[in-house]
Every structure is written in structure tokens, then in C-alpha cells.
Ligand binder design. Structure first.
Ligand SMILES: Nc1ncnc2c1ncn2[C@@H]1O[C@H](COP(=O)(O)OP(=O)(O)OP(=O)(O)O)[C@@H](O)[C@H]1O
Length: 911
């Protein structure tokens, strides 16, 4: 009767078996765990027959009664079902089971009893009995055959255990049916009464045995029967058949594991010997069972049982062990063996069988082509990885070919929406089309419209190109891949292209989705650029070509939108911009006054402030012409930090103004101490700028003038409110601006015996402005309406030498005119300059109100936003917008400083 406890045991044993066969390192540990389990079944009381002795050869009387090789074969063919004894008539077996031959069982038994650590043990005797009577899975027979051939592997053991565990799984059915006195086979509908018959038969036999056995055995038997919980027994009925299928399976499982494990890992499995040793030790004593010739050597298989009796402690008798010796030629070996056998008087019918192992076709082919195939495979693998030549990138060597794009999807969601992007209504409108395409493509396809492939977002840094792309993904609710153009560039050729392939293939898998390539100019530069100075650009070109190919590869229904951001659309390859690739070109400019106000509103949402938002944002927007969205975000955050530093409960106007001042001019340099003479020079220099700004009609209205050093190298500055949204400037405005810029130096000339280096940056601006007027804006009569593109990277000038001279002369003329205009004013207003300079020396910083107090109201009407937000009632002092500065002699000008000074027209002049 199968006991649930045993079933559990059997299952755990099957699991344990697998791990034991798979991990040889745990050999002893596994065995230690197996042994107690096996020990459970050893308490059964089957009668164990003593191990059979090797049969003597009765056919040949001339060999001294030694063991005759081939005897077993003759008596009992290998793998041949033994003739059933009268005790055990043929009975059906479970599916997939075979009845082992006597020789096979004996082989197993011998293995057990001669392999440490089970040497001499009789604990498994009942298992061998079971094997004889009930058979075993076919896999066990195959294992035995392989072990004999020396090719038993781990998989054979695993297969056998699997077959057994399949059988174990069926045990509950058998147990159930056994209670109803029937066992069912695996096949539905087919009755298999193998174990029922076996059980009955065994029960009867055991009852007979029990009568013959000693009293003590009987008591032990009864005790055991009781402990199995047999119901009939408890009821006091007749002794039932004591057959326990689960217990038997556990026993066979243990046997399989032991057999596989120790066959494979029981130390030395072969040893070379000489022909002389073979002859003296084994041939002469008749211990050789067979020989197998393999190429240039011969395996010798000894009859183990005979060898064991002759050499009890030798390794030669160990299961799975064999000797081998080398041969010069097969003919010579056969001749020699014949001679020896003739000498020993062995009749030709009993001679040692010799077989020839042929390596087989596959093995031959492998030997011939294996190394070459391996080499080709290795090279293919490496080149595939290095160049990422496989479809979809394939990873690249050490992962180089994999795209580094970051992916955002619904989970790691892009939370940005169009509402978070302010001040670029037209750009939003344009890109909105992509959203509707991604959301409802059928609307477009129905009318036969081709879907736009992508768009280039161009514009100055920080204007919100990335933000806009993210918002597009956020609105469309699709995955968003973002990658920077520079991430495609690597030192290995082909990696960029591979990454592009990988990116697009991932995107296709995640369609509909958006790819955003930031700084596309890193790879998308015009291939014609660079003229004769090219070199090392092949990798970049290959990457660009790959992008072009991938974009061509989209079919119109593929919902992958490619957006790209750049600050330099002018240098992009024209192939990128053609229809069918980046169809749309969306320019995102610096925000207008209204745009800045909206952006301030977006960022002020997270700020605690009690100010009136409408007025606050208007004033801040007016103070920050030329600011990009990123500058605004930075200024707002800076204001909150300033307020926190001052322990304020809310961020106030003063904090915003200080923050803007800091963003524009940099940190105050309190550590920079100027001498009184230097300070005086700076004061007169700045006063010169301030007076020009106050009295020239077309100059920008002054907001603030200061002589506190800030940032890198600015010793003082005058700040104006430029005509922020003016995109056109006339000659008058340009001349006034140039004259105002020269005001610092002219003032120094007028008030000091010598001049300083402080006006260097002013000269640079004036020269650039004048040059642009002559060469690009057609503001010189002599040069005329011509545009000469100035490119500092090219050595050739786009004009003749004579034109160059004319340009030089015209630039000089314009600057001279501005200088004269400035000098005339400052001579006329020398007293006012001194007035402002002395006040500046006293207070270090003057506001517009101070100037009104010192100079009277400005003669020219102020701009509307100026009067609206700077009426002197709000705020302490207008923050700086440094348009003019006094340079320190040695230090470079801050880039920010210069840039703001020329907004917006001179920015164009750079091109
Ligand atoms: N129009 C805007 N509305 C709101 N915030 C903005 C806007 N433009 C920029 N910002 C802020 O500036 C930050 C930086 O902007 P973003 O990275 O999009 O600029 P970009 O144009 O892509 O810059 P770059 O050319 O240097 O890559 C944004 O995270 C956002 O906080």
C-alpha cells in the first residue's frame, strides 16, 4: 500500500536526484542525502538472494576453470528477455518499462557492491529483487548499455530519473485503484494489472516464505505491515500483498543516481598498458572479455567479476574502468593476438571478440571541418557585433552598437503637456498636426494624405525645443525615445550607423512613437562642408546616411515620427531637409514680451509669491528681453533661492530683480577692490554711456548704471531697456547705439589725461556693427546693396582686394561718424557727465529716478511697457541689463554679457 508520506518522499527524491546528477561538485553531499532515503527502503523484509558468483566455463576444460569471456553472452543474450521462470510468469509491464535481463541486474548489483562507498553493502538487495521482478524504465537499460561502452553521461541519468518520476506521478492512481484491487496503466481505457498480479503473487509467495521464516522474522513482518496502516490488516483480515510501488520507485531512483554519478566520477576510467603487461596480467589469465579497435589504439574490456576474483583490490575490476594500448597497424595487432590465443590453446570458436569502432560520418566531417567552421563562426560573430551588421543593430561589440536612447512610455511617462510650453503658439500649432496623426492616423490616410515623417525644431539654446518634443509625446500618449546626436559618435567605425539602426528598429517595435534626436547637427552636418579640410568624417557621414536610409525605409503607415533639435539649421545637410524626411522645419525663436510673460506664468506656478501675478510677470518680462525659456526658468528658481536665503515667507519683486541681475551680470565680486583712481575712471566711463543713452533720441532708455564689479571682468555697467521686440533697426538707431557704445572711451578722453584698456569690448561691438552695416545690410553707398557672408573658418574672402579696401574705408568712416556724434554730445554735456559720475562714485549704483533727479525728465517719449511697469512706484530699482561695460584690462568678457548687449540685430550681424 502506498503511503502518502512515501509519495512525498519519492517526489523529493526525484528532485534531489536531478540535482545530484547535475552537480558533481556536491557528490558526497548528495550521496549523504540519498543514503538515508535509500535506507528507509532497506527495512523491507524481502528475502535477498546472495550475489551470484561468476559462472565457470564448463565448455573448455583446458583453461583451469577460469572465467571464460563470452560465457554470459552465450547463456543469456545481451538485452534479451530472460526466460520466465515458473515462479514469475510473463506479466504486462507499465508503459515504457522493460524487464531487465539477469545479466543487466547482475551488472548493477556488481557495480553497487564494488563501488565505494557502497562496497560490500547488502542494503540494496531488495532493489535488485524488485528490478528482476518488476523491471525498470527502458532508460535504465540504455544507461547500462552506455555505461558498458564507457559513454554514460549526465543526460542519461537525468532521462532515467525523468522516466521514473513520470511513473511516480501515476502512483496515486495506482494506489487508489490498488485499494479497489486494480491498477490502471498510463493509457486511458487500458487496464494494466501488472502490479496487481505482482502484488498478489508476491503476497502469496511471501506468505509461504513467512511460514518458513523464523519467528523473529514473522514478528518483524507483522510489525511492518501494521506500520503501513493497511486497512485490511487492521481489520484483522488476511495478510495482504505487501507491495509498495512508491517505495520501489524510490529504491530504483537511488540506484539510478548512484549508478550514473559513480560511473562518471569514480576517479580514473582508463589507463594505458603495454602489450607485454596485457598479455602477462590479463590475456594469460583469461580475463579479457572483448577488445575494441579505435584508430590507433585498442580498448580492453575485462570480465569484471573474474578480474575481481583474481585481483580483488585492483582498479581493473572497478566498473566503468578499462585499459587501452597503442597499435602500429591493425593487421599487426590482429596477427599478434591470433598468435597469443593459439599459444594459449584457445579454440577459434572461443577467441576474444574484436570489434572496430568507426567514428561515423558526422564525426568524420566534424574532425575535418570543425576547426574551420568554428573559426568562421567566431569571425562572423565578432564582425556582426563590431559593426552591428545584423538587422536592428545587434548590439555591437561590448554593446557599443546599441542605441543609447532613453525611452519614456506610459509608465515612465512623459508628463509634459502643451500647457507647460508657453510663448510659442505657432510652433505648437505646427507640431499639433503630429499629435493628431499619432492619435488618429485614419483621418489623414482616408483622404490619401501622406503622413509627415518628421520635423526639425531649430532655434537658439534653451528656447524649449526639447520641451516641445516631449509635450508632443505627452499629448499623443505614445512612447518617446530621446537621444542626443553626439551619442551616435564613437571612436569605432560603424558604431554610429549601428546605433541608428538599433534606435529605429526599437522604435518600429514600439510604434506609434516619437523619436527625438537632440543636437542633430553633431551628425547631420552638411557633407559638403569643410572643403579641403575634411578628414575623419566618414563615420559621421555613415551615421547620417543611415538616418537618411532609415527615414526612407518608413512606409507611410508606420506611425513613427522623428523630431530633431538643432541650434544650427544652417549647417544641416540638405538631404535631411528634403520632403519625405524632415518634412517640416519649425523655428522656435526667443520669446517675445508676451511669450516671456506666459513662460514666467508657467514657472511661477511652483513658486510661493504674494505679488500680483499679472503685474509681476509683465514687469519681469519687460526686464528680460532676449531671455530664452531656460533663462526664465533659471531666473525664477534663482529668485526662490534668494528669498530662501533671506528667510522670506514668499518670493517678492526685489528677489526676482536680484535674481535677474545675477543671471545677467553674474555674481557681485565683492572681493575685487579697485583703487580710487580706477573707480573714478570706471565711474566716468559709465557716466559717458548713461549720458549718451539719456540724450540720444534713438538710444534705448536707461534703467540702471552701476560701478559694482560683477561676473568675469565687468567692472561696471549701464543697463538699458532695449526695444525688445524690434526686429528692424534703421540707420539712426544703429548710429545712436554705436555712439552710445563709444560714450565710455570718449568720456575718459575728456576727463582724464590718458585713456585705459576698459573700452576694448565697446570697440569690438562698434566695429562689428559697422562692418555688418557695410557688408550685409547695404548701409554704405560706396559698397552698395551687396551681402558678403563672413566666415571666419575660410581663408578666402568673398570679395576682391579693392572691395576689401573700400569696405575697410567705409567701416572706418561709419565708426568715425559715431565717434564724432558721441564726442560732440559729451563735450556739450561735460558737466552732466561729471555730475552723474560723482553721484555714481558716492552711491555706486544709480537708477532711472536718480537720473531724472540729476538731469531732468528725458526729452523723448518712453515705450509703453516701460511706463506701464517702471513708473517708479513698484520695485526698488530696475534690475540690470548690461549693454555697456567697462572692461577690466586682462580678463575676457563674459559671453552672456556680450550676447545680451547686441540683441537682437547684431546677432544677425554675426552671420
Ligand atoms: N516655452 C517654454 N515654456 C516653458 N518652459 C520653457 C520653455 N522653453 C524652455 N523652457 C524651460 O527651459 C528648459 C530647457 O528647455 P529645452 O531643453 O527644451 O531647450 P532646448 O531648446 O531644447 O535647448 P538646447 O537647444 O540647448 O537643447 C525646459 O526644461 C523648461 O523648463
Amino acid at each position: 500500500m502506498f503511503r502518502p508520506a512515501n509519495r512525498q518522499l519519492a517526489h523529493s527524491f526525484a528532485r534531489l536526484s536531478l540535482s545530484a546528477t547535475v552537480r558533481p561538485a556536491y557528490r558526497s553531499a548528495a550521496f549523504a542525502r540519498i543514503a538515508p532515503v535509500v535506507g528507509v527502503s532497506s527495512s523491507r523484509s524481502y528475502s535477498a538472494k546472495p550475489p551470484q558468483r561468476p559462472k565457470k566455463n564448463n565448455n573448455s576444460g583446458n583453461n583451469g576453470g577460469r572465467w571464460e569471456p563470452g560465457q554470459e553472452k552465450k547463456d543469456l543474450g545481451e538485452n534479451q528477455t530472460p526466460p520466465e521462470s515458473s515462479e514469475s510468469p510473463a506479466r504486462p509491464l507499465p508503459d515504457g518499462w522493460v524487464r531487465l535481463t539477469e545479466e543487466e541486474v547482475r551488472h548493477l548489483e556488481y557495480f553497487f557492491k564494488n563501488t565505494p562507498p557502497m562496497k560490500g553493502s547488502t542494503k540494496f538487495d531488495h532493489v535488485f529483487e524488485d528490478l528482476k521482478k518488476y523491471g525498470a524504465p527502458l532508460e535504465v537499460r540504455e544507461m547500462i548499455a552506455k555505461q558498458k561502452a564507457g559513454s554514460l553521461g549526465m543526460m542519461d541519468g537525468i532521462k532515467a530519473v525523468r522516466a521514473l518520476s513520470k511513473f511516480i506521478d501515476e502512483i496515486p492512481n495506482m494506489t487508489q485503484n490498488a485499494q479497489n484491487n486494480t491498477f490502471t496503466s498510463n493509457k486511458p481505457g487500458q487496464q494494466d494489472n501488472a502490479f496487481r498480479d505482482e502484488g498478489k503473487e508476491q503476497g502469496e509467495r511471501q506468505q509461504q516464505e513467512q511460514q518458513q521464516q523464523s519467528q523473529e522474522d514473522q514478528r518483524q513482518q507483522q510489525h511492518r505491515s501494521q506500520s503501513t496502516g493497511n486497512k485490511e490488516n487492521q481489520k484483522g483480515g488476511p495478510e495482504p500483498p505487501r507491495f509498495d510501488v512508491g517505495e520501489m520507485a524510490v529504491g530504483i531512483g537511488g540506484l539510478i543516481i548512484f549508478y550514473t554519478f559513480y560511473s562518471m566520477f569514480s576517479g580514473e576510467s582508463s589507463r594505458e598498458i603495454t602489450w607485454q603487461e596485457l598479455r602477462k596480467n590479463f590475456l594469460d589469465k583469461g580475463l579479457v572479455e572483448k577488445m575494441v579497435v579505435e584508430e590507433d589504439r585498442v580498448r580492453v574490456y575485462l570480465n569484471r567479476e573474474a578480474t575481481q576474483s583474481v585481483y580483488p583490490d585492483s582498479v581493473a575490476a572497478r566498473p566503468g574502468f578499462h585499459y587501452y594500448f597503442s597499435i602500429g597497424s591493425k593487421d599487426a595487432f590482429e596477427r599478434r593476438l591470433d598468435e597469443v590465443q593459439a599459444e594459449l590453446g584457445i579454440p577459434s570458436s572461443d577467441r576474444i571478440p574484436v570489434s572496430y569502432a568507426s567514428p561515423g560520418v558526422v564525426q568524420n566531417l566534424l574532425f575535418a571541418f570543425g576547426p574551420t567552421l568554428l573559426l568562421i563562426g567566431l569571425l562572423g560573430f565578432l564582425s556582426r557585433r563590431a559593426g552591428g551588421m545584423g538587422g536592428g543593430g545587434g548590439g555591437g561589440m561590448f554593446g557599443f552598437g546599441k542605441s543609447k536612447a532613453k525611452m519614456f512610455n506610459q509608465d515612465s511617462a512623459v508628463k509634459v503637456k502643451f500647457a507647460d510650453v508657453a510663448g510659442m503658439d505657432e510652433a505648437k500649432l505646427e507640431i499639433m498636426e503630429f499629435v493628431s496623426f499619432l492619435k488618429s492616423p485614419e483621418r489623414f490616410q482616408r483622404l490619401g494624405a501622406k503622413i509627415p515623417r518628421g520635423a526639425i525644431l531649430s532655434g537658439p539654446p534653451g528656447t524649449g525645443k526639447t520641451l516641445l518634443a516631449k509635450a508632443t509625446a505627452g499629448e499623443s500618449q505614445v512612447p518617446f525615445f530621446t537621444v542626443s546626436g553626439s551619442e551616435f559618435v564613437e571612436m569605432f567605425v560603424g558604431v554610429g550607423a549601428s546605433r541608428v539602426r538599433d534606435l529605429f528598429s526599437t522604435a518600429r517595435k514600439n510604434a506609434p512613437c516619437i523619436i527625438f534626436i537632440d543636437e542633430i547637427d553633431a551628425i547631420g552636418k552638411s557633407r559638403a562642408e569643410g572643403g579641403g579640410f575634411r578628414g575623419g568624417n566618414d563615420e559621421r557621414e555613415a551615421t547620417l546616411n543611415q538616418i537618411l536610409t532609415e527615414m526612407d525605409g518608413f512606409n507611410t503607415s508606420e506611425q513613427v515620427v522623428v523630431l530633431a533639435g538643432t541650434n544650427r539649421p544652417d549647417i544641416l545637410d540638405q538631404a535631411l531637409m528634403r520632403p519625405g524626411r524632415f518634412d517640416r522645419h519649425i523655428h522656435v525663436d526667443r520669446p517675445t514680451m508676451k511669450g516671456r510673460q506666459d513662460i514666467f506664468k508657467v514657472h511661477l506656478k511652483q513658486i510661493v509669491t504674494k505679488e500680483d501675478i499679472e503685474h509681476l510677470t509683465g514687469r519681469l518680462a519687460a526686464l528680460t528681453p532676449g531671455f530664452a525659456g531656460a533663462d526664465i526658468a533659471n531666473a525664477v528658481n534663482e529668485a526662490a533661492l534668494v528669498a530662501a536665503r533671506a528667510n522670506a515667507t514668499s518670493v517678492e519683486m526685489i528677489h526676482f530683480e536680484q535674481a535677474i541681475e545675477r543671471v545677467i551680470g553674474g555674481l557681485e565680486r565683492k572681493s575685487l577692490v579697485l583703487s580710487p583712481e580706477e573707480k573714478r575712471t570706471v565711474a566716468y566711463h559709465e557716466a559717458g554711456h548713461a549720458i549718451c543713452g539719456w540724450f540720444f533720441r534713438w538710444a534705448d532708455p536707461l534703467l540702471k548704471v552701476s560701478i559694482i564689479p560683477r561676473g568675469q571682468g565687468a567692472l561696471g555697467y549701464a543697463q538699458y531697456l532695449p526695444s525688445s521686440d524690434a526686429y528692424l533697426m534703421n540707420t539712426n538707431q544703429l548710429m545712436d547705439r554705436m555712439a552710445m557704445t563709444l560714450g565710455g572711451r570718449v568720456s575718459e578722453e575728456l576727463h582724464f589725461p590718458t585713456v585705459t584698456t576698459g573700452a576694448s569690448d565697446d570697440f569690438k561691438k562698434v566695429t562689428r556693427m559697422a562692418t555688418t552695416m557695410v557688408t550685409q545690410w547695404g548701409m554704405s553707398e560706396k559698397v552698395g546693396p551687396l551681402h558678403f557672408k563672413s566666415d571666419e573658418n575660410t581663408l578666402q574672402k568673398p570679395f576682391a582686394e579693392s572691395t576689401a579696401q573700400t569696405i575697410d574705408a567705409e567701416v572706418r568712416r561709419i565708426v568715425d561718424e559715431a565717434y564724432k556724434q558721441c564726442k560732440d554730445l559729451l563735450i556739450a554735456r561735460k558737466k552732466e557727465v561729471a555730475l552723474v559720475a560723482e553721484e555714481l562714485l558716492r552711491k555706486e549704483m544709480l537708477t532711472r529716478d536718480d537720473l531724472v533727479r540729476l538731469l531732468g525728465p528725458r526729452e523723448w517719449p518712453d515705450k509703453e511697457e516701460f511706463t506701464k511697469y517702471f513708473d517708479g512706484k513698484q520695485g526698488t530699482a530696475p534690475p540690470p541689463f548690461p549693454t555697456e561695460s567697462t572692461d577690466s584690462p586682462n580678463e575676457p568678457q563674459p559671453a552672456m554679457f556680450e550676447k545680451k548687449a547686441d540683441e537682437p540685430p547684431v546677432e544677425d550681424a554675426k552671420n
